[in-house]
Design a protein around this ligand. Structure first.
Ligand code: SF4
Ligand code: MG
Length: 341
């Protein structure tokens, strides 16, 4: 499909003054129509910041310092989200791009019934709808996410955590957005419920044709539902490819560590073993590869030159890696790759 969301060289700093922290350090990411793009990485790598920045919902002291976020609406018009006026932005939000935040289910108002909250959400964007239309649409949305319409009369506390999260997803889909951003949408739920919800999202995607960015620290979920996977480290994308390629053969040493300690696809789940070494201190990154202090393959060049995201020298189509081992340019090492990469 054609691109619906194109993030180019997006940069975000936290904190003002002389010494801000560079939290996004030039992110490039493309979401195509109808695709589920999984975005994975350890907590603190900038995944959530990316979602907030791309929708201009970044709270202070976060500051977008550069880049472009091109969004294609349903009529095929492209606009840079970072250049929209506030009014244009309000119109685009939910209609073109909707978000399900981490812990969204706790943002339901405990004193109002589910039906009223859904109807209020729809009415904010569709003041033309009659009360009966709002009710019908609310019922339809609820059933779309697998909840019986008679639950419109329920209060949030009468629903399970999984159901509340589905209600938030129904709200996000209310205006049939082109792009759905989901930040750890199922993290608070048990594994069975997580899988059910993600399966439902892919079914809805097949039916309604929207595109999804699914952000998670749990790579095992992505392997099951994502078409493509992008791995983030220290505020940048270090590898991006078709999900099965990343899973079968991660080529960036960090991606390899993240996936190598990873349970078999259909075997029992276990905690990730993790990657030796401390997560990066974004205040103290040197000029080179941010993964170098933890990388078993670090070379001299890695401490000096930051690797750029690009096609690996193995020449695989549709894969991009930011690692000198995979460079075939002047900074590349030449010679054979480590066998596991
Ligand atoms: Fe390791 Fe060097 Fe590749 Fe960074 S560029 S991941 S330090 S080999
Ligand atoms: Mg997060």
């Amino acid at each position: 499909g054609e691109p619906v969301l194109e993030i180019r060289d997006l940069r975000v700093d936290y904190g003002f003054g002389a010494d801000p922290t560079h939290v996004l350090r030039g992110v490039d990411l493309t979401l195509h129509r109808g695709e589920v793009l999984g975005l994975a990485g350890e907590s603190g790598c900038g995944k959530s910041t990316l979602a907030y920045a791309a929708t201009r919902l970044l709270p202070p002291p976060g500051l977008i310092t550069g880049g472009e976020v091109w969004l294609t609406d349903r009529e095929g018009r492209r606009a840079d989200v970072l250049g929209l006026t506030d009014a244009e932005l309000r119109a685009a939000r939910w209609r073109d791009v909707a978000i399900v935040f981490q812990g969204a289910m706790s943002s339901l108002n405990p004193v109002f019934r589910i039906g009223r909250q859904l109807a209020d959400g729809i009415r904010a964007h569709r003041p033309d709808l009659s009360r009966a239309d709002l009710e019908a649409r609310s019922a339809e949305l609820l059933e779309m996410v697998g909840i019986s319409a008679d639950r419109l009369r329920a209060y949030p506390h009468q629903l399970s955590g999984g159901m509340r999260q589905r209600v938030m997803i129904a709200m996000a889909l209310a205006l049939e957005p082109q792009v759905l951003l989901m930040d750890e949408p199922t993290t608070a739920l048990d594994v069975v419920m997580q899988r059910q919800i993600l399966e439902q999202i892919t079914e809805l995607r097949d039916r309604l044709g929207f595109s999804v960015v699914l952000i998670t620290h749990d790579v095992s979920l992505l392997v099951e539902v994502a078409d493509r996977i992008a791995i983030m480290y220290a505020g940048e994308i270090v590898e991006e490819a078709a999900a099965h390629d990343v899973y079968r053969r991660p080529r960036h040493p960090y991606a390899h560590g993240l996936l190598g300690s990873f349970p078999p696809l259909h075997g029992p789940r276990r905690e990730l073993a993790g990657i030796p070494g401390a997560p990066p201190d974004l205040q103290r990154l040197g000029p080179g590869c941010p993964f170098a202090p933890r990388c078993p393959h670090a070379m001299d060049v890695c401490g000096r030159v930051r690797p750029e995201l690009g096609a690996p020298r193995t020449g695989e189509a549709g894969r991009a890696v930011a690692c000198h081992l995979h460079d075939d340019g002047p900074s590349g090492p030449g010679g054979p790759l480590p066998p596991e990469l």
